[in-house]
Design a protein around this ligand. Structure first.
Ligand code: NAD
Length: 318
């Protein structure tokens, strides 16, 4: 298989490129480093099956030769990034998805859209099944991401129905692991960075809001299973086990053997109270569920951050 991965230099995209190469596929990674850096793919550059295109997917991609699959991963994903880059986020979710779908249509390739649990907004239903239409504020600060992804889902569905593209949608829930940026503003990198540098660990609100955290390797496995399946989706990929932000901060404090104190700070506007996937469909259609214990994933992530920030070993996952 020859796969195009838009956003392939990002956190999730770089793990996906790695997995595809391990399975002996050819990979064309398309990225403009809007929210990532070349470091994420530096180790892949020597592989002759790996090609890198420094492009903005919103300007289109005229890829020569055969393309069997297009994974559309390009988009700022952390709230800090999409709040800083509102128009770029809307553009890559709309024009970027359009061009990625056009490429798939022109090449007769399969297409997979990396959508998000944010399509559900601040949900009123828990856990969220794919049949839930969501609760989104179209003019709230997070709308640039939520609505861009919802538009991307509509577009993907339209290409499937009207152009016959074998197009698939997965809704990814909070994912973590090595190669997240220490400054990307998401809870896990922020807590780890703060814990390792001895700064206070800042938990928003009262810390009782929950997230479900899935390790990156499990999500990549889900993407590949979705691609290999006959289903168009949307299918949720995430860990149904909920963790409160306070619990997470305490966990990271322990794993890093940090003396940092936990400090409560105000919650951002429209920050969802709970987010938990119903993964019945992924279990049934893809025989998929997360298998990496969160604590083990956190330990690997701490080890990565220690190396990046140049500080000692993880306290262990035992
Ligand atoms: P990331 O920011 O690390 O990666 C996104 C990549 O897309 C970056 O390398 C960035 O430079 C690239 N990019 C952005 N705009 C581009 C453009 N116009 N042209 C070319 N490249 C562009 O984010 P991530 O966490 O790896 O997320 C990857 C995808 O998965 C995103 O589409 C995101 O919405 C989705 N997702 C991620 C999570 C998560 O928890 N990480 C959850 C739900 C959905």
């Amino acid at each position: 298989m020859r796969a195009v991965v838009t956003g392939g230099a990002g956190f999730l995209g770089s793990h996906l490129c790695e997995r595809l190469l391990q399975a002996e596929h050819e990979v064309v990674c398309v990225d403009n480093f809007l929210t990532s850096s070349p470091e994420n793919i530096e180790h892949l550059m020597g592989d002759r099956r790996f090609q890198f295109r420094h492009r903005d997917i919103t300007e289109g991609l005229d890829e020569p030769g055969q393309v069997d699959t297009v994974f559309h991963m390009a988009s700022p994903a952390s709230p800090a990034d999409y709040l800083r880059l509102p128009l770029e986020t809307l553009r890559v979710g709309s024009a970027g998805t359009w061009h990625a779908l056009d490429l798939a249509a022109a090449k007769g390739a399969r297409f997979l859209l990396a959508s998000t649990s944010e399509s559900y907004g601040d949900p009123l239903v828990h856990p969220q099944p794919e049949s839930y239409w969501g609760h989104v504020n179209p003019v709230g600060p997070r709308s640039v991401y939520d609505e861009a992804k919802r538009f991307g889902e509509a577009l993907t569905t339209a290409y499937r129905r009207s152009r016959g593209v074998d197009a698939k949608i997965v809704r990814i829930f909070n994912t973590f692991g090595p190669r997240m940026r220490p400054d990307d503003g998401r809870a896990i990198p922020t807590f780890i960075r703060q814990a390792l540098s001895g700064e206070p660990i800042t938990v928003t609100g009262d810390g009782n809001q929950t997230r479900s955290l899935c390790y990156v390797d499990d999500v990549v496995e889900g993407l590949l299973r979705m691609l290999a399946s006959d289903h168009g989706g949307p299918v949720n990929l995430g860990n149904p086990h909920e963790v409160s932000m306070l619990e997470l901060a305490q966990w990271i404090g322990k794993l890093t053997r940090s003396r940092s104190e936990i400090t409560l700070i105000p919650r951002p506007q429209d920050d969802p109270e709970r987010r938990r996937p119903d993964i019945s469909l992924a279990r049934e259609l893809l025989n998929w569920e997360p298998t990496t214990p969160v604590e083990r994933g956190l330990c690997d992530t701490v080890t990565y951050f220690r190396r990046r920030l140049s500080v000692g070993e993880c306290a262990g996952s035992g």
